[in-house]
Design a binder for this molecule. Structure first.
Ligand SMILES: C[S@@+](CC[C@H](N)C(=O)[O-])C[C@H]1O[C@@H](n2cnc3c(N)ncnc32)[C@H](O)[C@@H]1O
Length: 284
């Protein structure tokens, strides 16, 4: 990552990016078949590790898709996001879903500095949907903070953006960038996993994309035991059109697909191929 400040975490940029992303964040997890698979895989992980009555910090909660599911599981939530607009949407969507009783507080907060919460405040902490990816060079701080605010032995549930899976999904865009002469940005992305092109795209989607070997080593550096690891969306990514509407027209096929995706994405060969990599960790 070197000394190039343009590559570093900029909380103002992230907040502005997700403020203007707005409602699209609420739509994102139901837009395509693979988004729906992504959503369901995350929900299944939540259901395994979060229990009724748990006090849970949901950091980078976005517009509330998982907040509502967590409230339905009976968790007592603190919702935190760096984007004031996402916090506003989260509260509105959670109230509209009748799930607001599950939320103790909504907060505009940066996961890289959770000092407002004492150590061990929560039974579990969640950073789904690329929270650590958006923290760029501050991702160590973000993970340390999530671990610190969680009770010893409590789960921290994470999902990050996958480099190889992103390449698979966005191959046409990658080739278009290559044709436009964006060789330097692509080389940086390939070698470092950092997508930070402030010079060519000032308002861009800046994040760090992980390879599985790198993510595993990163977790290990934080003295975390990995309780569960899997990808979210594998076969579904390349078959989105064929799967469109199956969740309504053929629910038993949809369940079969989700069961297969859940099974296969726990294999190391599939974790890298998914768009997101999910890990549940506990401090050693
Ligand atoms: C892609 S959305 C994911 C939302 C939701 N967790 C999900 O998985 O669908 C990423 C969210 O993380 C928030 N975010 C990014 N960096 C953050 C940080 N350092 N602290 C708190 N929230 C952050 C963004 O504002 C955005 O709402």
């Amino acid at each position: 990552m070197g000394d190039d400040v343009s590559k570093l975490y900029d909380p103002r940029h992230i907040a502005e990016y997700f403020d203007s992303y707005g409602e699209r964040e609420w739509d994102r997890l139901v837009s395509t078949a693979y988004d729906r698979v992504n959503f369901e895989m995350h929900v299944r992980v939540l259901a395994r590790h979060v229990h009724a009555g748990d006090r849970v910090l949901e950091a980078g909660a976005g517009a509330g898709r998982f907040t509502i599911e967590l409230a339905r599981l009976g968790a007592s939530l603190t919702v935190a996001d760096i984007s004031p607009e996402q916090v506003r949407l989260n509260e509105a969507n959670t109230r509209a879903a009748g799930a607001a009783d599950g939320v103790e507080a909504w907060a505009v907060a940066d996961a890289c500095d959770l000092s407002r919460y004492p150590a061990g405040s929560f039974d579990a902490a969640i950073g789904f949907g690329g929270l650590l990816s958006y923290a760029l060079d501050r991702r160590d701080d973000a993970l340390e903070e999530l671990l610190r605010v969680t009770k010893p032995g409590g789960p921290v549930l994470l999902s990050v953006i996958a480099l190889l899976g992103g390449y698979r999904l966005f191959l046409p865009a990658v080739l278009a960038m290559a044709a436009k002469g964006a060789a330097e940005a692509l080389a940086t992305l390939r070698v470092t996993g950092d997508q930070v092109t402030r010079d060519v795209e000032p308002g861009g989607h800046f994040c760090h994309m992980f390879r599985w070997t790198e993510f595993e080593a990163f977790l290990h550096d934080h003295r975390c035991e990995v309780a569960e690891a899997r990808g979210a969306n594998f076969a579904s990514v390349q078959n989105a059109t064929a799967l469109e509407g199956v969740w309504e027209s053929a629910p038993e096929q949809w369940k079969y697909l989700l069961d297969l995706e859940e099974d296969f994405t726990a294999e190391p060969g599939a974790i890298d191929s998914a768009t997101h990599m999910i890990a549940v960790v506990r401090r050693d």
